[in-house]
Write a protein that binds this ligand. Structure first.
Ligand code: 5RP
Length: 224
């Protein structure tokens, strides 16, 4: 049976998981493949790991698959984090948050000793920006925060899901910001972060240690 590029990259990343690790579990459809393969390794090889999930969706799937989970209250350190991305540029800067989990993903991915991104080649771009940049904002006064974001030169839209305002796992809103291209990801991240009402941006600059890409079944790895 032919498997998708997402699944292929995800299954390769599972080979990096070692017995005893605390694993940061990102979120999204690529990560779901990672979780399914990890569950197989736990069943077949009996490896013992504990995961810290970056979204309620990942937590639910991990529980369904019988993957042991833990929290930051018990472990303040993560050995390895594996996560997906919406865009990956040539410097391995990422745009994330298509699934709305960017805050928890950034907390989990940033604390890991080693952070691996898994994706199909369709996520590779020269410069970030074609995918609207998700920005998590506090609901109170979001209209004011949106105007502040627009002043940075983007078109904005408040994220909806099934005709209702999308609410993140942290109880916040997401404003998707369409910049033409993001020339300097770290600089733009800092500018957005300095705005009152902003919780976090989906720019993950200088964070990925390794990106595993599958392109029509061929795997490749890029390191920072
Ligand atoms: C969720 C994310 C995901 O990692 C990103 O959207 C990629 O998702 P998928 O693996 O489904 O393509 O950042 O907030």
């Amino acid at each position: 049976m032919e498997i998708s590029d997402k699944q292929h990259a995800a299954e390769r990343a599972v080979e990096y998981i070692k017995n005893g690790m605390i694993l940061g579990i990102g979120s999204g459809s690529t990560v779901n493949y990672m979780l399914k393969q990890l569950a197989r390794r736990i069943e077949v090889e009996g490896i013992q790991i504990k995961g810290i999930p970056a979204s309620k969706k990942s937590e639910k799937l991990a529980n369904e698959l019988g993957i042991p989970l833990t929290t930051f209250a018990e472990h303040s350190h993560i050995d390895l984090a594996i996560d997906g991305a919406d865009e990956i540029d040539e410097q391995l800067h990422l745009s994330k948050g298509g699934g709305g989990s960017l805050v928890r993903e950034k907390m989990v991915d940033s604390i890991a000793d080693y952070f691996i991104v898994i994706a199909g080649a369709d996520k590779l771009v020269k410069k970030l920006g074609a995918f609207p940049l998700p920005v998590e904002v506090v609901p109170f006064g979001w209209e004011v925060t949106e105007k502040r974001l627009q002043k940075l030169g983007c078109k904005t839209s408040l994220r909806y899901q099934e005709d209702k305002t999308f609410i993140s796992d942290n109880g916040n809103y997401i404003i998707d910001c369409q910049f033409e291209t993001i020339a300097e990801p770290e600089k733009l991240h800092q500018e957005i972060k300095s705005l009152l009402g902003v919780v976090e941006t989906g720019i993950f600059a200088n964070m990925a240690d390794e990106v595993i890409i599958s392109e029509q079944g061929n795997l490749r790895s890029m390191k920072r």
